[in-house]
Design a binder for this molecule. Sequence first.
Ligand code: GLY
Ligand code: MN
Ligand code: MN
Length: 468
Amino acid sequence: MSTGLFDTDFQTDTLMDAFDADDFEARRQTLMEKIGRGSALVVTANPVQTRSNDTHFPYRPASDLLYLTGFEEPETVLVLAPGREDGAYVMFVQPRDEEAERWSGRRPGPEGAEQQYGADEAFSIEAIDEELPDILAERETLYYTFGRDESFDERIIDLLNALRHRRNKPPAAPNSVDDARDILHDMRFQKRPEERDLMRRANQITSEAHVLAMRHCRPGIQEYELQSILEFHFQRCGANFTAYPSIVGSGDNATCLHYTDNDDRIDEDDVVLVDAGCELDYYAGDITRTFPASGSFTSAQRDVYQAVLDVQERIIESIEPGRPFEALQEQTVELIVERLLDLELLDGEADALIEDDAYKTYFPHKVGHWLGLDVHDVGPYYTEDGASRPLEPGAVLTIEPGIYIPESDEDAPSDMQGLGVRIEDDILIAPDGYENLSSRCPKSVDAIESLVGTSAPLLETDDILGPQ
Ligand code: GLY
Ligand code: MN
Ligand code: MN
């Protein structure tokens, strides 16, 4: 198996290189069959966000648009109009502009949208008010999600009103406006083979980064130094972003669930919780590992770590298609409560502790979430009749139990205060069970203790420029 490092297979310029044009075509066809002839679907890009003055936050395309087109540019509108005479797949995109491209990078333009992205017809975004009414006229249903982009919402309302009151022509506006997210997100929920491959690779790079962080950890290092090692590895492997802000929490910081300051010194006695994942060609990895800064757990730290690991492994082993998501959550809570009683963090009857939510003091979140183009990916957790959704082959979810004991918890044993442990893997549901995509990221006590601190330190900053 490839190591990932400097492997050109991992370094794709665009999502179109990661997938075949046929993959996108198949997705659009499936969606169009589901919405039916006589309707049209409109999907818009994410807006560009200003960071300050004329600089912008790194641009992240909207996942729905990526899924259907692979097109990564802002100011894009996709229209799917099944049965349209001049072609069902229409794009409105930024026009080519030599001056703008000189400053901000190349644009495919309408020509590129047709030639590289396979659009049947592509226009400049500036032509949308002129062209879109003709595409929507005489369609029964418009699929459009209101509430994502206020200014485009207004445009759609104006356009519908204009179609209803056309001069010189009979009114021809869609009778209903519906939301295609349920249909589209149901498709995104089940990962296709080409998406599974990307998620395997995202997990490989993420696993490597976690091992690097363990190997470079030593008492006295700053949390942000470990963050930089993780993210350095993501970037050198061609991953375009982190899938979410990296969490590197030592000691009590690990008890804050979404701690991202990452600006404390890691002390000798600290346990470090690292929750970080790369986004490779827009697909997320989401792994958490927890390890002792010194390379050896204290006995109390090991007990808590082993408790979380036992629960995590038991839940992963229980995974099979058909098992409802809620059953995983309930079993996790039961197992965590058993362990919290053993650790003397809780006291009382297990049933009552569950009934009263007493366990939430130490385990306040869910066992996991769907994973894909978004780290907290689309797809409902309940079926239409209100039942918990059964696991389906092709779905990917995280399994991430934890126990968090804040320093301020004077009821907890003193040698456990200021300790947070979470262990998180990414699991693909298979027809006969599951595949643990993060299985190569070490997590047994022995494996992680033998890794921590084993890399030579990076050059100290004082040594880089040499003596003055
Ligand atoms: N890192 C966010 C999560 O694990 O859900
Ligand atoms: Mn995570
Ligand atoms: Mn997660």
